[in-house]
Design a binder for this molecule. Structure first.
Ligand SMILES: Cc1ncc(COP(=O)(O)O)c(C=O)c1O
Length: 388
């Protein structure tokens, strides 16, 4: 790695292309050849970088993409991706022309929205493709199972509205206890059977997220929507773990911005919350809360430098964080500006996993990675550890 190849900031995410390719292939091994894989790349591909991940996933065996918002979908389309892209969230009718212009598929679950979409389609002389969302127990977005047949009956002949799909979402498929997920799937299956009989079943039915695609094969239907497994992260680290064949794709690295020596009584950072009790060596890390490195009481706690844990000291700033490297300098030798820091990933024999950070932050692994803000460059590398 030449100095000139470093990203534009002394902190970056390394996204392992081979890991994503591998994970897509592992997912496909669970699926019948006819079952489509929709790669869920919302929230900047759970922080991994949406366009880069989408391209790799499509090459490796996914055929469609899902995002949360129309803006995310348009960004992918403008990056040159031609595959179907589904917006999973709410899209106000005023955005229908933009969706049609970019051939983006929208989720609908109410009659007023479909009618507004139809009017927009007629005005533009185009048609709009939609998937119907059914609420089977998550009680987030969706039309009730009871209302669905009448709804589909009412919209089936609308010109300019193509109903391509119907889907639901599980609330508990990541738990070992599948009773509620089974109940949700039972409600959805009954509805599909009823629609089939009435000649109203849309061609693509989908329900499974990562946890369900691995642990509930009966839910695969015509397509699965995989997010967290693509990234090699466990749907739940205790109750639904991925097999060993999956690999985490993300590492977060930085370089030491500055080293300083402080004396007993010297304080570090805003508010003087940390005061040294003995002579210390402090490393400044060029990462702060405006990178998605939380300033809250439950924080990262430590990072890796020279293969050892360096604890955070003092308040985390917007762009910088100080860490104690006294013990590292004493035992492992001198450090210099530019030396590697690992926030997530491996360094020598030490490692910090996303699940470990999730525990420290008292949250889940989805939250840890998706909160890493976009000003941190994402570098796509082949194989692990290819940047020093
Ligand atoms: C509607 C919907 N489908 C699929 C997914 C993907 O879930 P997972 O990342 O657990 O595979 C999500 C993510 O939260 C979602 O909201």
């Amino acid at each position: 790695m030449r100095e000139s190849d470093y990203p534009m900031r002394p902190t970056w995410l390394e996204i392992n292309v081979d890991a994503i390719t591998n994970n897509v292939k592992q997912i496909r091994r669970y699926l019948a050849p006819s079952c489509e894989l929709m790669a869920v790349v919302k929230a900047n591909a759970y922080g991994h970088g949406a366009t880069g991940v989408a391209k790799v996933a499509l090459q490796a065996g996914a055929s469609r993409l899902a995002v949360a918002t129309l803006g995310e979908a348009v960004e992918l389309r403008l990056s040159g991706l031609a595959c179907p892209i589904l917006v999973l969230g709410y899209t106000p009718a005023r955005l229908a022309p933009e969706a049609m212009h970019h051939h983006i598929t929208l989720t609908v679950y109410d009659y007023a929205s479909v009618m507004a979409f139809q009017q927009a389609a007629a005005a533009a002389g185009q048609s709009i493709t939609v998937h119907i969302k059914i609420n089977t127990g998550m009680n987030r977005l969706g039309l009730s199972v009871q209302d669905a047949p009448q709804f589909l009956q009412a919209i089936q002949h609308l010109t300019g509205v193509e109903v391509e799909g119907i889907f639901t979402h599980f609330a508990t498929s990541d738990l070992a206890d599948k009773r509620f997920a089974d109940q949700q799937f039972h409600r959805f299956s009954q509805l599909l059977a009823q629609l089939e009989q009435a000649g109203l079943r849309p061609p693509i039915a989908h329900a499974a997220n990562s946890a369900a695609l691995i642990t509930m094969p009966q839910t695969h239907l015509q397509m699965v929507r995989a997010g967290i497994a693509l990234y090699g992260l466990h749907p739940d680290p205790e109750e639904t773990r991925l097999p060993e064949s999956f690999q985490p794709a993300l590492q977060w690295k930085a370089q030491i911005a500055h080293l300083l020596h402080i004396q007993p009584g010297d304080s570090v950072s805003y508010g003087q919350e940390f005061v040294a009790k003995q002579p210390m060596t402090v490393a400044v890390m060029p990462v702060g809360y405006a990178d998605g490195f939380p300033r809250t009481a439950h924080n990262w706690q430590n990072v890796l430098i020279a293969g050892q844990a360096a604890p955070i000291i003092g308040r985390i700033c917007m762009d910088q964080t100080m860490v104690d490297v006294t013990h590292i300098v004493m035992h492992a030798g001198p450090l210099t500006q530019g030396d590697e820091i690992v926030l997530i990933g491996r360094q020598g024999t030490a490692a910090i996993s996303v699940d470990e950070i999730a525990k420290r932050l008292q949250t889940n692994n989805y939250d840890v990675v998706s909160r890493i803000l976009s000003r941190t460059p994402r570098i796509f590398v082949k194989g692990a550890n290819s940047l020093p």
